[in-house]
Design a protein around this ligand. Structure first.
Ligand SMILES: *Cc1c(COP(=O)(O)O)cnc(C)c1O
Length: 403
């Protein structure tokens, strides 16, 4: 279940819309990936690194004080924030890094929004002794400065992109341009379930460890499957990662949360599935935010990792079949959830993850205490402190003026 067809389509969505020079590279990648997936020594090495380097399995945590406060369903958190480098991105990067080594590539390139993916790529480049170049929009470089410094320390070259909105979409264009030029020496690690086939499949598979662990943990701890799983949707990798093993469990509600930024009515958001239309962006056919002429619309979110006008093709498919539900949360609601989790449980979540959490808060009282919601806590919030401090006075923990 959940496999794309031969041309890389999930239902109507996906495909391979790239310049001629990249087709051969994509076919090679697909072939190598299929071999690697069946290769016991590849699987063993990936498993070893996930356990001893990334820190898997990550915990499933019962947030009792939050549950009490929200007066409803039991809230559990899948703790991807506890992984090495602080977000789920490392799962995919270890997998693709091993693939790059297997293909004899000497250099990794990547695009990054929040900087989490760039850090994870720079990390595996050091781990495997590969050169590394990361493209990042200049707006994102400013709001995610700690991650830029991390990448540089790890010996990656970080190239600031000043075109367009200076965010993830523009960084992606530059990374594609680099790959076209250097395709024989370079592997392009795409950081989410987006891009041309086979990337959405590869990234989903490497992230599906999240859902497999979650299912086993739920059976052990709850003696049942959860009623609801909630995850935030940027390109869609942490959500598909936790959803994948539950797609066949039709009683489990799967909810993807997009960012409505300042509010859907303001037009300043990145709610691609809720407000977009199908079209081609960055190599695949999927929902995207576009104007009447088909030009990509500017997006807004306080969470850099969600600030992207596209979404992975498998999500467009899950939306069209109705297997997953897609909802939106505003910046303001996410920020409140960010503060609430920090203060009720001592866990500072990534701003991205706070969107999923905010929706759990809305849903929990409607379900009652016997039900369980698992929220995928995709990352930790250290990287967001500068953004949050600008928005809140957290000096005395209540948002009041400092004494
Ligand atoms: C990158 C990122 C996201 C968004 O990307 P997806 O591919 O949709 O998961 C969400 N949370 C965190 C912490 C991230 O770093």
């Amino acid at each position: 279940m959940g496999q794309p067809n031969k041309l890389g389509y999930f239902g109507l969505y996906g495909g391979r819309f790239v310049p001629e020079t990249l087709i051969v590279a994509l076919l090679d990648l697909e072939k190598e990936y299929k071999l690697a997936r069946r290769d016991k020594s590849f699987r063993r090495e990936l498993k070893r690194l996930l356990q001893t380097y990334a820190g898997r399995p990550t915990a499933l945590y019962h947030a009792k004080r939050l549950t009490e406060k929200w007066k409803g369903a039991q809230i559990y958190l899948k703790r991807e924030d506890l992984t090495h480098t602080g977000a789920h991105k490392i799962n995919n990067c270890l997998g693709q890094g091993l693939l790059a080594v297997r293909m004899g590539r000497k250099r990794l390139i990547a695009e990054t929004g929040a900087g989490q993916h760039g850090v994870a790529v720079a990390t595996v480049a050091s781990l495997f002794g590969l050169a590394c170049t990361v493209y990042m929009g200049k707006t994102d470089m400013a709001r995610q400065a700690p991650n830029v410094n991390r990448m540089k320390l790890l010996k990656a070259e970080v190239i600031g992109v000043g075109s367009g909105s200076k965010t993830l979409k523009d960084a992606t264009n530059e990374a594609i341009r680099d790959w076209v030029t250097n395709v024989s020496s370079t592997h392009y690690i795409i950081g989410s379930t987006v891009g041309p086939h086979p990337y959405p499949l590869i990234v989903r598979d490497f992230q599906s460890i999240i859902g497999r662990e979650t299912k086993a943990q739920a059976k052990r701890m709850l003696k049942k499957l959860p009623e609801v799983i909630i995850a935030c949707v940027g390109g869609g990798s942490n959500s598909l990662g936790i959803f994948h093993d539950f797609i066949k469990e039709t009683k489990v509600r799967l909810i993807g949360v997009e960012t409505s930024g300042f509010g859907l009515h303001t037009g300043q958001h990145a709610a691609t599935l809720s407000r977009g239309k199908p079209g081609v962006l960055h190599g695949s056919f999927s929902f995207l935010l576009q104007d009447k002429e088909g030009q990509i619309r500017p997006t807004h979110s306080i969470a850099a990792g969600l600030d992207y006008p596209g979404v992975g093709p498998e999500h467009s498919h899950l939306k069209s079949t109705g297997r997953a539900e897609y909802v939106t949360v505003t910046d303001k609601q996410a920020l409140a959830a960010f503060v609430e989790l920090s203060q009720m449980e001592g866990i500072i979540p990534a701003l991205e993850s706070s969107f999923a959490l905010a929706y759990a808060k809305r849903l929990a009282p409607q379900l009652g205490r016997k039900r369980t919601i698992i929220v995928n806590l995709s990352g930790r919030g250290d990287k967001d402190m500068a953004t949050v401090q600008q928005l809140l006075d957290v000096g005395n923990g209540s948002g009041d003026k400092k004494r």
